[in-house]
Design a protein around this ligand. Structure first.
Ligand code: RFL
Ligand code: PHB
Length: 391
């Protein structure tokens, strides 16, 4: 098999890269370890920044997103028995977020690739990379019991945090920066209308809770749980009881429970590997960096990486110019670190740290108070949340 760009991973990063390259006349093949139905059902992110929406719409894959996505012009911070709205329309006029599930983005992109005759090889195993610093980098894998070779001019490692592409870079090249948080998120999807029109981020001494949504009939919730917690500890009744305890803290506000459709636990971690490239291998999305989800930045960063990487590949294939390819990682660094800082900051602001003393808890509350009482502080929060490009 041959393609100009071989892409590992059919997540948002790999699929979007393949789609954007196709629109610019560059051929690619996507290789994915999971099945099509698995990637289309995997429940993850839900918040799209305006830049992400614009990228998808301009690329011709925004039709259902514009129809079904829910535009939100604010979010609520809930703490100390009160609700505080961060009003984007007032603080960052003209900018908003769109709530639309990541698996819907994935479905739209898979459909667009297949309709255009694009090739996605699902269910592969034993993926290895060869000669990534030569002019003929190759992806080796097994599919349908057969060994396959995909020879390319470039490889894009879009295989997520647990993929193999980052590890294919020789030792000593990458610098790694990371932090683990001492808790996890239990996420659920429930067949019930949201109890709020906007997302609610709730700080509570029992732990953080988030009320999000997927549609007028489906709600999404997250609870801060122990880092090593087990789903077996969380029968449905306990989840609703805990969500109530953390969210029903404002007079007159009630949470409507419903059947739980899906549950999962996610570790909280920050991670950056730099540079995001070596030889003819380029990393994008979670393969290069992850953030704790409180800032809702992961998928948006993946999309922004891919936008920059596409332009770099297109330059090279059009004219042999390699300045943008050489400068890819440096071009992404500022935005990657802004998202790292915002995500860590929001995580620290909203979660309960068991080891915090009374003084630290007072500081946390003071910070939240400042955020909702100072216009400059709220504006800073809002511009980060809706997304800023740090070019
Ligand atoms: P993905 O989506 O992990 O896709 C990688 C793909 O690569 C495949 N793969 C391989 N393929 C070939 N060869 C191999 N050796 C391979 N190994 C793995 C995998 O099967 C997979 O299909 O990475 P990508 O494309 O970089 O996209 C990143 C996003 O998925 C991620 O950043 C977001 O989900 C993070 N995230 C959020 N981001 C947001 O922007 N807004 C949010 O509201 C938001 N909320 C969240 C989140 C992530 C969460 N979890 C579960 C981690 C909420 C949660 C709970
Ligand atoms: C989600 O809806 O899945 C979601 C929303 C906001 C976040 C993280 C996840 O910060």
């Amino acid at each position: 098999m041959r393609a100009q760009v071989g892409i590992l991973g059919a997540g948002p990063a790999g699929l979007l890269l393949s789609h954007l390259l196709h629109r610019q006349g560059v051929s690619s093949i996507v290789v994915e370890t999971r099945s099509r139905s698995h990637i289309e059902k995997r429940v993850r992110a839900g918040v799209l920044e305006q830049g992400t929406v614009d990228t998808l719409c301009t690329a011709g894959v925004g039709e259902r997103l514009l129809r079904e996505g829910m535009v939100h012009r604010g979010i609520e911070l809930r703490f100390g028995g009160a609700a505080h709205r961060i009003a984007f329309e007032d603080l960052v006029p003209g900018r908003a977020i769109t709530v639309y599930g990541q698996q819907e983005v994935v479905k739209d992109l898979v459909a667009a690739r297949l309709a255009a005759g694009g090739e996605i090889v699902f269910d592969v195993s034993d993926v290895r990379l060869e000669a990534i610093d030569s002019e003929r980098p190759t992806i080796l894998f097994a599919a349908d019991g057969q060994q396959a070779r995909l020879e390319c001019e470039f490889i894009a490692g879009c295989d997520g945090f647990h993929g193999i592409s980052r590890d294919a870079i020789p030792g000593g090249v990458l610098s790694v920066f990371e932090r683990h948080f001492p808790f996890a998120w239990l996420g659920i999807l429930a067949a019930v209308a949201p109890s709020s029109h906007e997302l609610i981020y709730a700080q509570n001494e029992r732990g953080f809770a988030l009320h999000s949504m997927r549609s007028p009939a489906v709600s999404r919730f997250y609870l801060q749980v122990e880092a090593d917690d087990d789903l077996a500890n969380w029968p449905d009744a306990r989840i609703w009881e805990e969500l109530r305890a953390r969210l029903e803290t404002v007079p007159g506000w009630t949470l409507t429970p419903g059947p739980i459709l899906e549950k999962g636990i996610t570790a909280m971690r920050s991670y950056v590997a730099e540079p995001m490239q070596f030889g003819r291998l380029f990393l994008a999305g979670d393969a290069a960096h992850i953030v704790p989800p409180a800032g809702a930045k992961g998928m948006n960063l993946a999309v922004a990486d891919v936008r920059v990487l596409t332009a770099a590949f297109v330059d090279w294939f059009a004219s042999g110019a390699r300045a943008r390819l050489d400068g890819y990682s440096a071009a992404r660094s500022r935005s990657v670190w802004r998202a790292q800082h915002f995500s860590s900051w929001m995580t620290t602001l909203l979660h309960t740290f068991r080891d915090d003393d009374a003084y630290a808890r007072k500081l946390q509350r003071s910070h939240l108070d400042y955020l909702v009482r100072s216009r400059p502080a709220a504006t800073s929060f809002a511009e980060n949340y809706v997304g800023m490009e740090m070019l």
